[in-house]
Design a protein around this ligand. Structure first.
Ligand code: MN
Ligand code: MN
Length: 487
């Protein structure tokens, strides 16, 4: 009889969302099959003594190899993006399949599955709904049933913005089919009005991006989509919460007992609106939506991460190059902020920043780090219990961290194909030294050992976490048309 384990990770300090404990981890056929001290020898052994052994991160908001928009091209492929993610301790990504207005989703989804075959780590997809036409509403139930169990909608941006009527249609369909709606929440008309006024006044440098979308445009859109979701008894997840005001709306909704979830991203903990005001066109590197806010907002976000109001930490990785004709400078250097592609890269730096700024600086504990980076995203998006934790029966998606290693972030050391990081020169403590996807090494000491095509699509089955509350504002369920006992 052969040895019981393909691999044993020996003597590490294992952390889950609830516990920290010393344990060996026995792995067979890509799964965790044993936890305990003094496990029998494996065919391979990794010594993790003195190291943190954490569930691989799950990045539930990242843009990977989306089709070009005009002349703006994604710099990353599935191969480079997932290599970069793995080098930063992430083992699952959920990027976006886009629906082009006027078209349907199915063809794009098949193309996107083909592109993703190059992934080094596992993945699932959100479907962006930019136009809930009758044809789209008709095709979606089958696509959701195939395991594409989340929809993304935008309340701003030309060509993809949904109005309230369209938003209601998507929310209703999501409830009927058991999907989670994720929202980019900013008020489109307000941003357009402010942008026009700024341009008329000649205020077009990158720093005015923040003036075109102050917190009120985000706060209002959060409140609005939460209210629409409440009317239909549909859970909703708010993307990239940038500061105190939108977070307060989410907190209020949660206190009313609603299933409202939210995420924030490294840029909102690390950057402020002053970063947009750097010399020349440099500020464009920091241009993302919502805009970075103030130090007070950063402090508020940490407290909302601690108390669970914001339960997910994602990158919103947007692989726009700074130089060249297809990224930030698509309309030339010193183009007005309104035509600069939004978004910044961050797949690889997401977890080291949360670890260093959060755990090392004492703002969150190690269990909260695991919850925000892996366990909560897995539960929210229906990947539990195979992903997001270290437990018998879970996939062996594991990152072994050297929690004391000091790293100065340099873009030259990152594995994405973007030509900058907004964290150039930032010093962090703690970096993953080994990342495993289903028991296979993907990255060791910064060197990619994973192979393209190892990553698998994660079809997500129906799950309870996002079940509706069965609570209606009136004596009527507007999704089913059935009269119900009123609250
Ligand atoms: Mn967005
Ligand atoms: Mn995004």
């Amino acid at each position: 009889m052969g040895t019981e384990f393909d691999l044993v990770i020996r003597s590490g300090t294992v952390a889950t969302a609830s516990d920290v404990f010393m344990s060996d981890i026995g792995i067979r056929e890509g799964q965790i099959v044993a936890l305990g001290r003094d496990l029998a020898p494996g065919q391979e052994e990794i010594d993790a003594e003195g190291r943190y052994v954490l569930p691989g991160g799950i990045d539930t908001h990242c843009h990977i190899e989306e089709p070009p928009v005009g002349d703006v091209h994604n710099a990353d492929t599935f191969a480079s993006a997932t290599a970069s993610a793995a080098a930063g301790g992430t083992t699952t990504v959920i990027p976006f399949c886009t629906q082009v207005k006027g078209g349907i989703v199915t063809g794009n989804l098949r193309d996107y599955h083909r592109k993703a075959e190059k992934a080094l780590i596992d993945y699932s997809f959100h479907m962006i709904i930019s136009d809930p036409s009758p044809a789209v509403l008709e095709e979606l139930p089958a696509l959701i049933a195939e395991g594409h169990r989340s929809l993304k909608i935008f309340l701003t941006y030309d060509n993809i913005v949904l109005d309230d009527a369209q938003t209601l249609k998507v929310l209703a369909l999501a409830r009927r089919c058991g999907a989670l709606v994720c929202v980019h929440a900013e008020n489109h008309a307000a941003i357009a009005f402010l942008t026009e006024a700024l341009e008329k006044a000649g205020l077009t440098a990158p720093k005015y991006h923040a003036w075109a979308k102050p917190p009120a445009v985000e706060r209002e859109a959060c409140h609005r989509v939460i209210s629409l979701a409440e009317l239909l008894d549909t859970p909703v997840h708010i993307f990239h919460v940038s500061g105190a005001e939108p977070a307060e709306e989410i907190r209020r909704a949660q206190q009313r007992g609603l299933k409202v979830f939210s995420e924030t991203c490294p840029q909102y903990l690390m950057l402020t609106d002053r970063d947009l005001d750097r010399q020349g066109f440099e500020g464009a590197k920091f241009l993302c939506s919502p805009a970075p806010r103030t130090e007070e907002d950063q402090q508020a976000l940490w407290s909302y991460l601690r108390d669970g109001t914001i339960s997910v930490f994602s990158s919103d990785h947007a692989p726009n190059r700074f130089d060249g004709p297809h990224g930030k400078k698509v309309s030339g250097e010193n183009a007005p902020f309104s035509v600069v592609p939004n978004g910044i890269p961050g797949l690889e730096t997401r977890l080291p920043i949360l670890f260093s700024e959060g755990v090392v600086k004492g703002r969150i504990d190690l269990q909260t780090f695991v919850a925000l980076s892996a366990t909560n995203p897995a539960r929210l998006f229906g990947l539990s219990p195979k992903k997001g934790t270290i437990a018998v029966g879970a996939d062996a998606d594991i990152a072994i961290w050297d929690q004391t290693r000091k790293v100065t972030i340099r873009n030259a050391d990152l594995h994405h194909q973007v030509d900058y990081t907004v964290y150039e020169g930032v010093e962090v403590t703690g970096w993953p030294e080994l990342t495993l996807s289903r028991g296979k090494v993907v990255c060791r000491d910064g060197v990619i050992e994973g192979r393209e095509g190892h990553g698998r699509f994660l079809a997500r089955a129906p799950y309870d976490y996002i079940a509706p509350l069965g609570r209606f504002v009136t004596g009527f369920d507007p999704v089913t048309g059935i009269q119900v006992p009123s609250a």
